[in-house]
Design a binder for this molecule. Structure first.
Ligand SMILES: [Zn+2]
Length: 289
């Protein structure tokens, strides 16, 4: 079956596969992102991963979803990896077209094409993992903004004098509600461990979870008042918490919206595969060019 190589390059791990045009995943692998070993090491790891996936089938193109400021031809800037102006060809040592895209917007495109966004032209996709960034769909179109920075919801200040953020500001949403922040605040390696402790009544986990929910409610109420989405779709690793997240968040979001109803809140049907399926769409666009 015709396929493309698709890799979602996350801050913690890379999710890669061979994906058919209709979104069927023919082959799937994960590997850690060696972020601490520097910019070149991450690029070399992606190159090796592309070669390995390409050898598992007969792909027609390569699609890569990466963080930061990105064009189809270049990774212009990615603070997470220390990348500046890396051409697409540097990521793949194969004789195939290579297309780059922004990780979160690509995941949003995949949600629109295959997943939970089917029924609305006014949607916010909010993957929550190592960080938090949103893909805003306004009137059926993914909105990038003037310079491609739209949707940086993780840096909305939810508590003006709150915890310091890597971006240089204080009190950013990501410092309370990203999966990595929730885990770190409880001395755990994953947010799933915090959910388990919270459900068994551990006071520290209960407090950290409640602050995460409140921070999300503040940021999502702000977004709702500006953009009036019909649906907010939570994705990424934190979405695996399911109703442990959605039930309290629905309550707090409604409480933060005084005069209007809250938008519908759901978790992503594509789950943590949305980014890889978005990378596959980039690959198929390169095939069609
Ligand atoms: Zn920040």
């Amino acid at each position: 079956m015709d396929c493309v190589v698709a890799i979602d390059v996350g801050g913690t791990s890379m999710k890669g596969g061979l994906v058919a045009r209709d979104g069927t995943i023919l082959h799937e692998q994960r590997r850690p992102t060696p972020r601490a070993e520097g910019p070149e090491r991450v690029i070399a790891t992606i190159r090796a991963f592309v070669a390995e996936l390409a050898a598992a089938g007969e792909p027609l193109a390569v699609g890569l979803a990466v963080p930061g400021l990105v064009t189809p031809e270049r990774a212009v800037f990615a603070a997470a990896f220390g990348w500046r102006d890396v051409p697409a060809a540097a990521f793949a040592d194969v004789d195939l077209p290579v297309a780059l895209g922004h990780d979160v917007r690509s995941a949003g495109e995949a949600e629109l094409a295959h997943g939970a966004g089917h029924d609305g032209g006014h949607v916010l996709f909010l993957p929550i993992g190592t960080g938090i960034a949103g893909a805003a769909v306004l009137s059926g179109t993914l909105y990038g903004g003037a310079a491609g920075w739209a949707g940086q919801i993780g840096h909305i200040p939810v508590w003006p004098d709150g915890r310091a953020c890597g971006c240089g500001q204080r009190g950013c949403l990501g410092q309370y509600a990203s999966a990595s922040a929730i885990a770190a605040r409880c001395g755990e390696t994953s947010a799933a461990d915090v959910v388990r402790r919270m459900q068994s009544g551990d006071p520290e986990a209960v407090l950290v979870w409640a602050e995460a929910v409140e921070a999300l409610a503040i940021a999502l109420a702000t977004y709702t008042l500006i953009a009036d989405p019909a649906v907010i779709v939570i994705g990424g690793g934190l979405s695996l918490a399911g109703e442990a997240l959605l039930t309290p968040l629905r309550g707090r979001l409604a409480a933060r919206l005084a005069f209007r109803a809250a938008p519908e809140l759901r978790v992503s049907r594509l789950g943590t595969r949305a980014g890889m399926l978005g990378a596959a769409l980039l690959g198929w666009q390169a095939v069609d060019r």
